[in-house]
Design a protein. Structure first.
Lengths: 353, 251
């Protein structure tokens, strides 16, 4: 068993990526994710890897496209406004079926917003990270340890499905320190036979491309990609349940806000209120199956988010008017307190607190 | 009896090109392919196609190819080269791609001394979208979006890319050529070959600007377009070597 070490969330992201065999990092500084880049700039030259600071997020994501197209395990990390700038490249990456890892350590928006933690990029991560029909596999860790564990999965599943994946973290998880056990280090592999890496005269040329002038060809490829997405929806949904089996009021919360929701559930249970929590770990695919399981016995759902109400729409789409779905959130970089969330539970339960 | 004067270069796939009659892209494609053949590097070359008329180069070159977003070819090529330093990597970009939307990526790839070759087609117009003003459109030149001629007090001035990049440390070779006649075609090929050789020697960023024609969007016959190029383009964009670090490399 490996030793436990105390690590900052952002640095753990970098070390976990290296352990997963990633040797190529391209990025641009932005608060609150800069420690990822700083850590990579220190480590990569020591292990024969590549750290390169692009002149912008736009350039960085296109460097990721190039390295990913050439068949290596590659990543970038940024924070919310940076994802907006990367959207173009992410769309091309998805349209070219190139695997890579994109980390978003979210901050408050819109615009320049603020630098405090937020979850206001849920829509952007799960619905429209760029133009066109596509999805990313999106993981939302809630602890530093889980961040470390999910990075390895994100790389492996990205390669398996040939698609970009995202770790949706936030300023809180990125900046906090927690004890972690790092996974056994994997060596980089080089086995992607579709990659543009030089055909050595041994095969027809590979073309990594997202342009299809013939509309029937483009439709066919989009349909194929969505068949893949259906398979992913079937097999890759992940969530954690906490006291959900007998719960009447079920909170749904991911990432940092799920930790607060967890505490609020404990406070409610102490008062004899049957509260529970479903914590989506994959945001796309949204873990519908885990919610569906509890629609029968739950009296109502409460989506707790650090935004103005985004994931709540997916909860509603899953619950389909069978039970009331409510929302509580703080935004702009404000982190809700367990007491605030507890008060919402009490209110739903029909009482005062 | 007909006699075949020259075989198709191996590095050029045997498919019909989509370019308009009289367009000089075809000549430049052939030169790049001949250089790849002569250096014997097709198997380890990765080309990066840009957005514009030349986007379909990924179908024409026999080496592995990646298609980049508009203007981003230098960044994509950087990613390929950093992932596969043993490979030979080139971009093939038009003037809108390289000198407008992609100027940032171009200058920074150059400043990093990124070990890639940029083949830069300057025909002073946006071809693919149907003839709009380019960053290299000449003063007074009529395009779809400068219908009264490019008024530099409104639309700004044309950018001389080789001159600009010649001031950037990291550039190993910046040379402007054209392909309007046999002599110049030969000189262009020599320049392209030198650029690829420089990359293989690890010298840094190389750009070969090819002053080109766009008969369709200039509204001229191919022969008139070549004459217009000589009379108007070459005075503004003089041919020549703007930077060459030579055998010694940059001092």
């Amino acid at each position: 068993m490996a030793d436990k070490v105390l690590m900052k969330g952002n640095e753990a992201i970098a070390e976990a990526a290296i352990a997963a065999g990633c040797r190529h990092f391209f990025g641009y500084p932005i608060t609150p994710q800069t420690e990822v880049a700083a850590y990579m700039s220190k480590r990569m030259p020591k292990i024969g890897g590549v750290y390169l600071q692009g002149e912008s997020e736009v350039a960085s994501i296109n460097m990721v496209l190039g390295a990913g197209a050439a068949g290596v395990r590659v990543m970038t990390s940024t924070s919310s406004p940076g994802i907006s700038l990367m959207s173009e490249g992410i769309s091309y990456i998805a349209g070219s079926d190139v695997p890579c890892l994109i980390v978003n350590v979210e901050r408050g928006g819109p615009g320049l917003g603020g630098i405090q933690p937020s979850q206001s990029d849920y829509f952007q991560a799960t619905k429209a990270t760029g133009h066109g029909d596509f999805h990313l596999l999106v993981f939302a860790p809630s602890t530093v340890q889980e961040t470390v564990d999910l990075i390895s999965d994100a790389f492996d599943l990205g390669d398996k499905y040939r698609m970009p994946t995202m770790i949706l973290s936030d300023g809180l998880l990125g900046q906090m320190m927690e004890p972690v056990v790092l996974p056994e280090a994997k060596e980089p592999t080089d086995s992607k036979d579709w990659a543009a890496k030089g055909h050595q005269g041994k095969r027809k040329h590979n073309v990594v491309n997202s342009l299809y002038i013939d509309p029937s060809e483009l439709e066919r490829l989009n349909r194929e990609r969505f068949q893949k997405y259906e398979k992913i929806k079937e097999t890759e949904q992940r969530a954690e349940e906490y006291l959900a089996d007998d719960a009447e009021i079920i909170l749904v919360a991911f990432g940092a806000s799920s930790r607060i929701a967890h505490s609020a559930v404990d406070m409610a249970r102490k008062q004899g209120i049957k509260a529970g929590l479903i914590r989506p770990i994959t945001l796309w695919p949204f873990p519908e199956k885990f919610i569906e399981k509890h629609v029968g016995h739950a009296k109502s759902f409460l989506s707790v988010e650090m935004n103005m109400g985004q994931m709540v729409e997916d909860v509603k789409l899953t619950v389909k008017d069978r039970k009331p779905v409510r929302f509580f959130g703080r935004t702009g970089g404000i982190v809700p307190t367990p007491k605030e969330v507890f008060e919402q539970i009490v209110k739903i339960n029909g009482g005062d607190c | 009896m007909s006699k075949i004067m020259g075989e198709r270069p191996k590095a050029l796939v045997d498919v019909p090109l989509h370019y308009c009659p009289g367009c000089t892209h075809g000549i430049v494609h052939r030169l790049v392919a001949e250089v790849i053949d002569e250096l014997g590097i097709e198997g380890k070359t990765v080309g990066v196609a840009s957005v514009g008329c030349s986007v379909f180069t990924y179908n024409y070159f026999g080496c592995d190819m990646v298609q980049a977003p508009h203007g981003r070819a230098p960044a994509v090529a950087t990613g390929v080269k950093r992932a596969r330093p043993e490979d030979v990597v080139f971009t093939y970009q038009g003037d809108g791609d390289l000198a407008a939307i992609g100027m940032g990526e171009t200058v920074h790839a150059a400043a990093r001394g990124e070990n890639i070759v940029a083949i830069f087609i300057n025909n002073a117009i946006y071809g693919m979208t149907g003839g709009q003003m380019a960053p290299t459109t000449l003063p007074g030149q009529v395009t779809q979006t400068t219908p009264y001629g490019r008024d530099t007090s409104v639309a700004g001035n044309p950018i001389r890319v080789c001159e600009l990049l010649s001031s950037v440390k990291g550039v190993a070779l910046a040379q402007r050529v054209t392909v309007d006649c046999v002599k110049n075609v030969k000189a262009a090929k020599k320049a392209i070959k030198k650029a690829f050789e420089y990359q293989m020697a690890g010298k840094g960023y190389c750009i070969i600007e090819v002053v080109s024609t766009c008969p369709t969007n200039w509204g001229m016959s191919p022969a008139d377009a070549l004459q217009w190029l000589r009379d108007n383009m070459l005075p503004y964009y003089p041919l020549g070597v703007y930077k060459d670090v030579g055998e010694e490399g940059e001092q």
